[in-house]
Structure formats: structure tokens, C-alpha cells
Design a binder for this molecule. Structure first.
Ligand code: NAD
Length: 447
């Protein structure tokens, strides 16, 4: 059955969720505080780069199922379900900043005061355990004078989509988790997901909140684990990809998230692990594995610069190409990208940096600007006359580069593979010096 949904926050999660619900016949109004976003969505243009999203916008808008507005109050009044999909960034100390969630809850509460019909409020933002019941529910009750369960529904429905594959992931989830305060709230949210055959987990809001954090923390921990093994492999003259293959074939471990590299970034893993760590510490049960996960990850991007230094010596006046800026391929998202500390370190050590990315340059320019840093649109302009290159983001176009192409463009011969995408022997055959994370030089054993 078609439902009316208001989506507060039209970013990666809100817009993708809204467009996907609309594609299944629900009527969705996306609310945002940024006028340009609202205008773009209403013109059928996606403000973020996500494969398949623009088609979905065009299609759902032509059917009158998706609109955007700055007017939260009207959108909430119209809706049967109100989703909160606003940011939950980290504070300086790593703890969660809930101010956007609180602001949205106040607006919802004030609007509910006048509401005549039942509405279910659903937290989609990633929030620390207890937030939906103790903060969102409480603010709405105080503002509206109404009671959860009796006058409005309350649920937490975490989102597991991956940027770059957001639409595909949303439409084909591994599971749907619905943490609801009562059966009515659960049924309302479940009705939105009628199209999927994925298992639906019925639970409490606090459990749902923790499932999201535990999932992200586990994946982040897996990456930091293989990176620790990788750094150790370098000392042994062992290739971490063989180790990863050897352990990944064990079905209890699985090969996913076992690729060593320059570390994880993005809008979720770093802040979510930090928020869960901070919350556990606050409650007096510090989760030390999470702290270690973050510490390993902070160091990891700089391993690429260390490998470079081992080959080139001092970096002063050296021209270094950086391939890839976004935190991962198929996105223009620069949040916590490994390219940021890598480029900063190269500049700090006196190098001249030439950087490229298929789509993230405009976002990178907002974060990284320096007289020793130049951005280039093409790979050939980037590599021309450089002494070395560092591959930071494994975009397909970089993976396809051949040693011959690289050799013909660079003046130097040093290749640092920060994502282990290339075959070392091919590069060595063409006279290039190849160094990769987790690949020990067999002539350089410490044992
Ligand atoms: P985002 O920054 O891309 O989007 C958030 C949007 O909310 C922005 O457009 C912002 O303008 C808008 N906004 C802020 N305050 C508002 C308000 N009061 N009213 C209306 N709009 C408001 O963030 P995102 O990546 O979509 O993340 C949102 C939440 O989802 C976060 O909690 C995040 O942790 C979680 N999450 C993100 C991902 C991901 O891959 N990006 C995946 C799963 C969960």
C-alpha cells in the first residue's frame, strides 16, 4: 500500500531512501535546509554523484511521487511517516554531535502538536544506542504534549547502503532492521519495504541503533586488521594479498574487506567507530578494539609516503602524482579521504603534488589548496614529468593503466600502489620500481 513519507535531510541517505521509496510507489517529500539542493531535486538533478540516482529522480518525479521542499512543517503535516536522515557528525573529542537530530525532533514535535492523524517517526540517521527513545522520543513528547505509542509511533531503521552503490544496495538489501517501540510502529515501517524479500529483523530501537554501529565497527576493524598484517608482511618479504586470500577462503572469515591499503575513510566508518568508542567509554566499558582500529587507520595513509621515501629519499622539490582523491571509487565524497593526509604530508616534506580524480576535484579543492598542489583533469597531464606516483583511490580508469603508459608519461620510475590493484611483476618487467602496501621486498627481509 502506498504511504506518504516526509524525509528530513536530503543527502546521501535521505535522497537515496526517498527516491527508492518513491520508485516503489510511495509518495515522498524530501526536506532540506539548503535551497540549491531542493531546487536541483525538483529539476530532476541529483546534488550528489550516485549511479542510477538521476534516472530514479527523473522517473519518480514524472510520476509525481517525489518532491523536495524547504518547508518542513508542511511536509510533516502531510506525511504518515516522518524519517530523520540528517547528519550525525563527530565532535572534536570523537563523541556524536546530535544537534541536527535534536533540531529535526523539535520541528517534528512542534508540528505534531497540531496533527490530527497518527504519524510514525523513524530515525534513519546513525545514532548512538538510546538516542531514539531517550532523545528523539522525549523531545517530540515535550514539544507536542502527545505520548509515544498512544498518539504517535516511533522507530529506528538503520541504513546499510554503501556510497557509490547506494541505489543498488538500497533496492537489494541483505536485511532490513526495524527497531520499533510497538507493533503498530513496526508495521508502518515494514509496509514501506513490501517489495523486498530480504529478511526483516524486528527489534527494539536501541538494538537497531547498536546493530548499525556494530556492523560498521566490525568492517572497519577487519580493514585495520589486514592493514596491521600488511605492515608486518613488509618486514617478512611476504605478500599480504596471498595471506588475505589464504584466510579469506575460510568461510568464517570471508575475503570481503580484507584488502590491505591506505586505510578506510568516508562519512561513516571513522565517525561511527569513534562515536561507539566514545559512548562505551562514557558508560565505563571502554571498547579497546575500537580504539586500536582508529589508531591503525590514522597511521595507514602515511605508509604510502614512507614507501615512497624509501625509494626516492628526500621529497624536497620532487614532483609526485597522486591518482585518486575521493575516499573510494564511484563517489565524489572527500570526507576523511586518505588522499588528504597523504597530500598534506607530501607538501609538508617539500614535494610538488599533481593530483587527479574523475569527479572529486571540486570537492577536494574545498579542502586542499596550496601553492605546491595542482589539480589536473586527465591522467596524462597528471603523470607528465613526475618523479613518482601514488595510487590512492582505486578508480577503474587507474586500474586499467599499463606500465608502458605510465613509463611513457613519467620522468621517474617509482610507483606506489596504495590499494594493491596492480601486478608488481608487470611493472618490474618494464623497469619501474613498484612498491605496494603489504608487499615486502624479497631482498629486504628483516628476519
Ligand atoms: P549528508 O550530509 O549527505 O546529508 C544530510 C542532509 O541533511 C544535508 O543535505 C543537510 O543539508 C540536511 N539537513 C541538515 N539539517 C537539516 C534539517 N534540520 N532539516 C532538513 N535537512 C537538514 O549526510 P548523509 O551521508 O546522508 O548521512 C545522514 C545520516 O545517515 C548520518 O547519520 C549518517 O551517519 C547516516 N548514514 C550515512 C551513510 C552514507 O553512506 N553516507 C550510510 C548509512 C548511514
Amino acid at each position: 500500500m502506498s504511504k506518504k513519507v516526509a524525509m528530513i535531510g536530503a543527502g546521501y541517505v535521505g535522497l537515496v531512501t526517498g527516491a527508492c521509496f518513491a520508485s516503489q510507489g510511495h509518495r515522498v517529500i524530501c526536506v532540506d535546509v539548503v535551497p540549491e539542493k531542493v531546487e536541483q531535486i525538483n529539476a530532476g538533478i541529483t546534488p550528489i554523484f550516485e549511479p542510477g540516482l538521476e534516472d530514479l529522480l527523473t522517473h519518480t518525479r514524472s510520476e509525481g511521487l517525489l518532491n523536495a521542499t524547504l518547508d518542513a512543517v508542511s511536509a510533516i503535516k502531510e506525511a504518515e511517516l516522518v524519517f530523520i536522515a540528517v547528519p550525525t557528525p563527530s565532535k572534536e573529542d570523537g563523541s556524536i554531535d546530535l544537534s541536527f537530530v535534536e533540531e529535526a525532533s523539535h520541528t517534528i514535535g512542534r508540528t505534531l502538536k497540531e496533527a490530527e492523524h497518527w504519524k510514525t517517526i523513524v530515525v534513519k540517521s546513525t545514532v548512538v544506542p538510546g538516542t531514539t527513545e531517550n532523545i528523539v522520543g522525549k523531545i517530540i513528547e515535550e514539544e507536542s504534549g502527545k505520548k509515544r505509542g498512544a498518539d504517535f509511533g516511533l522507530a529506528m531503521n538503520p541504513e546499510f547502503l554503501k556510497e557509490g552503490k547506494a541505489v543498488e544496495d538500497f533496492l537489494n538489501p541483505d536485511r532490513v532492521v526495524i527497531g520499533a517501540i510497538d507493533p503498530k510502529s513496526f508495521d508502518e515501517v515494514k509496509a514501506l519495504y513490501e517489495w523486498t524479500e530480504a529478511p526483516v529483523l524486528k527489534t527494539t530501537p536501541t538494538t537497531a541503533e547498536l546493530i548499525k554501529y556494530a556492523a560498521n565497527s566490525f568492517l572497519a576493524m577487519k580493514i585495520s586488521f589486514i592493514n596491521e598484517i600488511a605492515n608486518y608482511c613488509e618486514l617478512l618479504g611476504v605478500d599480504v594479498s596471498e595471506v588475505a586470500q589464504g584466510i579469506g577462503l575460510d568461510e568464517r572469515i570471508s575475503p570481503k574487506f580484507l584488502r590491505a591499503g591506505a586505510g578506510f575513510g568516508g562519512s561513516c566508518f571513522p565517525k561511527d567507530v569513534a562515536a561507539l568508542y566514545s559512548h562505551s567509554k562514557h558508560l565505563g566499558r571502554e571498547m579497546r578494539l575500537l580504539k586500536a582500529t582508529l589508531e591503525v587507520n590514522k597511521r595507514q595513509p602515511l605508509r604510502t609516503v614512507e614507501l615512497l621515501r624509501e625509494e626516492i629519499g628526500a621529497l624536497t622539490e620532487k614532483s609526485i602524482a597522486v591518482l585518486g582523491l575521493a575516499f573510494k571509487p564511484d563517489t565524489d565524497d572527500m570526507r576523511e579521504a586518505a588522499s588528504i593526509p597523504i597530500i598534506r604530508k607530501l607538501i609538508e616534506e617539500g614535494a610538488m603534488v599533481k593530483a587527479t580524480d574523475p569527479i572529486a576535484i571540486p570537492n577536494a579543492q574545498k579542502i586542499l589548496s596550496h601553492s605546491n598542489l595542482e589539480y589536473y583533469e586527465t591522467i596524462s597531464d597528471t603523470l607528465k614529468n613526475t618523479d613518482a606516483l601514488i595510487l590512492v583511490t582505486e578508480w577503474e580508469m587507474f586500474k586499467q593503466l599499463t606500465p608502458l603508459e605510465i613509463k611513457s608519461l613519467m620522468r621517474g620510475n617509482i610507483v606506489i600502489d596504495g590499494r594493491r590493484v596492480w601486478k608488481p611483476e608487470l611493472f618490474q618487467k618494464h623497469g619501474l620500481i613498484y612498491r605496494g602496501i603489504g608487499l615486502g621486498r624479497r631482498d629486504n627481509k628483516s628476519i
